[in-house]
Design a protein around this ligand. Structure first.
Ligand code: PRP
Length: 185
C-alpha cells in the first residue's frame, strides 16, 4: 500500500539512529555541568518520536515539558501566524535551561516564536534541536543550535511527520509521490 505513496525513503531508520546518537553526544557534552538544569520542550505532535528516542540517549538529569502550536495555514504552506494550543507554566523559568525539540524546521516561524515565548517568560537559556532542517524554505532567519540533517524542499513524512495526519508512526522519513498529494491534498 505504501508503494503508491512513497517516492523514496529519504532518511532510513539506521540513519535516524546515527543522527540521534550524534545529537545526544553533543547535547550530553553541553549540558553535563552540575549547574545546568535541562528542561526538554517537545513540540507536539511531530517531535514525539524524535523526543523519546533522543531522551533515551541523554545521560544528564532532565525534565520534560510539551507544547503544541499551530503553524500551518494548510497542509503544505505556513500561514506565518503561530497559535499556542498547549502551553506549560512553572515557577522557576529563571533556573531552567530549555532545549526545544523539533522534528523539522521549515519557515522558521515555530521555533522563532517558541524561543521568544520562553525567553519572555524568563528562561535562563533556550536552545533548539531539530532532526531535519529545510533552510531553503525559511521565511524568517533562524538557525537551530543542533541540527540532524539538512534536506531539500520535498514533502516528507514519517517518524513523527504527518501526511494528512497519518503515517507519523513510520520508523523512517520518506518523500511522498507528488501524484498522491495532487489526488488527496
Ligand atoms: C510542523 C513541524 C514543526 C513546524 C515547522 O508542525 O512539526 O513544528 O511545522 O514549520 P515552521 O518552521 O514553518 O514553523 P505542524 O504545525 O505541522 O504540527 P504537527 O507537529 O502537529 O504536525
Amino acid at each position: 500500500m505504501l508503494d503508491n505513496i512513497i517516492e523514496k525513503v529519504l532518511v532510513p531508520e539506521e540513519e535516524i539512529a546515527e543522527i540521534v546518537a550524534r545529537l545526544a553526544d553533543e547535547i550530553n557534552a553541553d549540558y553535563s555541568s552540575e549547574d545546568k538544569n535541562l528542561v526538554i520542550v517537545s513540540v507536539l505532535k511531530g517531535a514525539m518520536p524524535f523526543t523519546t528516542d533522543l531522551m533515551k540517549q541523554l545521560n544528564v538529569p532532565l525534565e520534560l515539558e510539551c507544547v503544541r502550536v499551530s503553524s500551518y495555514g494548510n497542509s503544505t504552506e505556513s500561514s506565518g501566524k503561530i497559535c499556542m494550543k498547549l502551553d506549560f507554566d512553572r515557577p522557576d523559568f529563571d533556573k531552567c535551561d530549555f532545549l526545544v525539540v523539533e522534528d523539522i524546521v521549515d519557515s522558521g516561524n515555530t521555533l522563532t516564536f517558541l524561543v521568544a515565548h520562553l525567553t519572555q517568560k524568563g528562561a535562563r537559556s533556550v536552545k533548539t534541536v531539530t532532526l531535519l532542517d529545510k533552510p531553503s524554505r525559511r521565511k524568517v532567519e533562524f538557525d537551530p543550535d543542533y541540527c540532524g540533517k539538512i534536506i531539500p524542499d520535498e514533502f516528507v513524512f514519517g517518524y513523527g511527520l504527518d501526511l494528512f495526519e497519518k503515517y507519523r508512526d513510520l520508523p523512517y522519513v520518506a518523500v511522498v509521490r507528488p501524484e498522491y498529494v495532487k489526488e488527496h491534498g
